[in-house]
Design a protein around this ligand. Structure first.
Ligand code: BES
Ligand code: MN
Ligand code: ZN
Length: 496
């Protein structure tokens, strides 16, 4: 879909979307349209009992006195507490409505909102963002869709007085939306199409955006001693891959920041086989890596002034004759040995080597890993928050703030010695599971052993990488969760 920022002159025909805040006070454009309709807008508002509450929409068909075919007045709720997410949601809802009513093109009047903290340019840019995120589709495999089952809306023009500033902001936000789209695509793709090598190929294509991309295969990982990651992939006919993406937008020779992602392109559980029901969801077990890849694209597309590396471990966890067994002991790149007690606790095994490699090679300022790591985090936090685990209070605070700002929210959970004890092994340096309790925490304790003291945070996104329902600005199964969070973390704290 084409989303553009335009000047404040509103179109004289077609579909126009006007904004209203609670109390149904008309904003500037609405007032002028109301005048042109001879008070028609105000009369319709009164007759319909429209109050400007969030989610409320007034639909005026063929209004008198103007050439417009339709006017929507969209409620945003109270102006004082208005957040950019509410604007994105409102625009997203209007995209869905326009498609349902087979509308091809809309104009949105992004008027200044008195009493709100949101700058005029931000109002316009976030309306554009909401529309863009809502327009995402993953329907390439549906060959029988009739034209009227496909989206009708192909163009959204956001009109604002603050056109120049809004355009600059939209340039940035649309780069982020590109990253979100990529992450959603990667999560939604089926596992016979997206497997480690084909995934790595998609990453390689990102060089066209200015990223440097390297791909390590199994031979190279063997040389590096990555027995932990390789053990997970050894039951699959698909070759495991480690992809390293770099964006050098910061001062030359300054330490990069690093993102590390779990990229299990399909998780059967391995020999510790998962039950069949719902197993198809495990195509999304690469959601952490998708967030990392999407973030790297976003940073490149908006030319972020930061040096960043993204490292993703791509494997398929399958149970064939060559698969690793419970009881196997593997040696990780760090030299630490791991007793495999459950082959379904594979994400941490992939991340162990990916984290170690990242700190060893790049000596980053910090590492943040993202992973659909444990079912236990869904039990604890549902789909509303991702779990945050960290040895660093400052980094945690920065992440929590970025979460609030973007709506990709986090909840910090504890770590410590007492939990760490639970992954002791009789035979090796550690085992890859704890007991029944505190499953998300023992998984984090396991990862902490591979950070080598580099400031680190782990985001368990098993509850947020894909969703059971859909949201106005996140219509597909894969959410692309994490791209906006990480981009914001960078923008607010780590750009020169
Ligand atoms: N990929 C799963 C975690 C998961 C479960 C993600 C449900 C999303 C939804 C992970 O590899 C896994 O299987 N974890 C096990 C760990 C256990 C064996 C210690 C789990 O959570 O059951
Ligand atoms: Mn698993
Ligand atoms: Zn998994």
């Amino acid at each position: 879909m084409n989303v553009t920022i335009s000047g404040s002159t509103l179109p004289k025909s077609g579909v126009l979307i006007l904004l209203a805040v609670e109390g149904a006070k008309l904003l500037a454009s609405a007032k002028s349209v109301d005048d042109a309709t001879g008070g028609g807008v105000a009369a319709a508002i009164k007759a319909a009992g429209f109050k400007g509450k969030s989610g409320q929409v007034l639909d005026m068909v063929a209004p008198q006195g103007v050439g417009l075919s339709r006017i929507f007045v969209v409620g945003l709720g109270g102006a004082k507490s208005l957040k950019v997410q509410a604007l994105e949601t409102a625009a997203g809802n209007m995209v869905a409505r326009a498609n349902a009513q087979r509308i091809k093109q809309v104009a949105i009047a992004a008027d200044p909102i008195a009493d709100s903290d949101i700058a005029d340019a931000d109002i316009a840019a976030h309306l554009a963002m909401g529309a863009m995120l809502a327009a995402y589709r993953f329907d390439g495999y549906q060959t029988k869709l009739k034209p009227d089952q496909k989206p009708s809306l192909s163009k959204v023009a956001v009109h604002t007085k603050a056109m120049a500033a809004a355009k600059r902001k939209w340039d940035v936000l649309s780069a982020i939306a590109q990253g979100v789209y990529l992450a959603r695509d990667l999560v939604n793709e089926p596992p016979n199409i997206l497997y480690p090598a084909s995934y790595a190929k998609r990453c390689r294509a990102l060089t066209s955006h200015g990223l440097k991309v390297e791909v390590l295969g199994e031979k190279q990982m063997e040389k590096l001693g990555m027995g932990s990651l390789l053990g997970v992939g050894q039951g699959s006919v698909r070759e495991s891959q480690l992809v390293i993406m770099r964006w050098d937008g910061g001062a030359p020779k300054t330490k990069p920041i690093a993102f590390v992602g779990k990229g299990v392109t399909f998780d059967t559980g391995g020999i510790s086989l998962k039950p069949g029901a719902g197993m198809e969801d495990m195509k999304g077990d690469m959601g952490g890596s998708a967030a990392v890849t999407g973030t790297m694209l976003a940073l490149a597309a908006r030319k972020a002034r930061v040096n960043a590396v993204g490292v993703i471990g791509l494997v398929e966890n399958m149970p064939d004759a060559g698969a690793q067994r419970p009881g196997d002991i593997v040696t990780s790149m760090s030299g630490q040995t791991i007793e495999i007690q459950n082959t379904d606790a594979e994400g941490r095994l992939v991340l162990a080597d990916a984290l170690w490699y990242t700190q060893d090679r790049f000596k980053p300022k910090f590492m943040i890993d993202l992973a659909t790591l444990t079912g236990a985090i869904l039990v604890a936090l549902g789909e509303e928050h991702a779990g945050l685990f960290s040895d660093n209070d400052k980094l945690s605070e920065q992440l929590l703030e970025a979460g609030k700002a973007t709506g990709e929210t986090l909840w910090r959970l504890p770590m410590g010695e007492a939990y760490d004890k639970l992954i002791k092994s009789k035979f090796a340096d550690m085992r890859n599971i704890g007991g029944r309790n505190a499953g998300s925490i023992t998984a984090a304790q396991f990862l902490a052993r591979f950070t080598n003291g580099v400031p680190w945070a782990h985001l368990d996104i098993a509850g947020t990488a894909w969703q059971s329902g859909s949201k106005p600005t996140s219509p597909s199964w894969g959410t692309g969760w994490g791209v906006r969070l990480l981009d914001r973390l960078v923008a607010d704290n780590f750009e020169r």
